[in-house]
Design a protein around this ligand. Structure first.
Ligand SMILES: [Zn+2]
Ligand SMILES: [Zn+2]
Length: 274
């Protein structure tokens, strides 16, 4: 059984519609797929319909932008109540923060002599719940300033680069609590990517487990072999579920194909209590 628990549609920064995402997952030989758009559950409904039609199991998920000691940490939430008020309120704050960052980012780019309008960016985010940096990156590609999203982030958009603007993110512990209170499961996404191993130490992960954390995404393209081995051991020692996933974004992220990393059936069942 091939299981992929972390993918994006065009409801956030992926390029497939939820229907295309499900069809592509089926074509890639997956039997279980989670849709985990950033800070939004807007793709669930359409993905549900497509999953029923093609005969694939859909796991309802989300990837929440959080902060721990000032560092960006992504949290995957699964099978929670999408109508839960406190969680929705927090997600709204994150999405509003992302949307309100856009004018400031464009201002910075203008200061660098790159003239992009909000309209140029919005045509690249038509279906998305929020217009974010990946869509600014797409506009930079359209303008011929960069060749792909990676170059756009490396040169302009990531922390420390000249067009980076900080924005609101949920507190990690609060976000875990909200997902759990809404009846869901909480898993740290790519815990050791982008330098977050400095804040997500073994001790800290232990504390997060006490606060409700269910699992760690061990197998992810941002983790090398050594990190995967170390994270697998930490998960074992702490009794956390270990997941693996592609973090697929369609053509929005190269070398992250559907099913590129997968979750063992036993871990999947443990996570969702099946
Ligand atoms: Zn992420
Ligand atoms: Zn992701």
């Amino acid at each position: 059984m091939k299981i992929d628990l972390h993918t994006h549609s065009d409801r956030s920064d992926g390029t497939d519609t939820p229907t295309e995402l499900i069809e592509n997952a089926k074509a890639a030989g997956l039997e279980v797929i989670a849709i985990t758009d950033h800070d939004s559950t807007e793709g669930w409904k359409e993905a549900d319909k497509a999953a029923k039609r093609v005969g694939i199991t859909l796991v309802h998920g989300i990837e929440i932008s959080t902060k721990l000691e000032g560092k960006s940490v992504h949290l995957l939430g699964y099978e929670f109540d999408p109508k839960d008020k406190p969680l929705l309120h927090e997600l709204r704050k994150v999405i509003d923060g992302r949307n309100s960052r856009l004018p400031a980012t464009l201002e910075r780019l203008r200061g660098l002599g790159i003239d992009i309008t909000a309209h140029d960016v919005r045509v690249r985010s038509t279906n998305a719940a929020a217009t974010g940096r990946p869509h600014v990156a797409d506009a930079l590609i359209d303008l011929g300033v960069v060749k792909d999203r990676t170059e756009a982030f490396d040169r302009y958009l990531k922390p420390g680069r000249p067009a980076y603007v900080d924005r609101y993110a949920a507190d990690l512990t609060t976000a875990i609590g909200l997902v759990k209170a809404a009846g869901g499961k909480a898993v740290l996404a790519h815990p050791w990517s982008r330098g977050s191993h400095r804040v997500l130490t073994r001790d800290r992960i232990g504390t997060l487990k006490e606060q409700g954390l269910d699992g760690l995404e061990v197998d992810h393209n941002d983790h090398g072999a050594e990190d995967r081995a170390a994270l697998r051991q930490i998960a074992r020692d702490l009794g956390l579920v270990r997941t693996g996933s592609s973090d697929y974004h369609g053509t929005g992220k190269i070398d992250f194909p559907l099913g590129g990393n997968t979750t063992e059936p036993e871990q999947y069942r443990r996570l969702l209590g099946l």
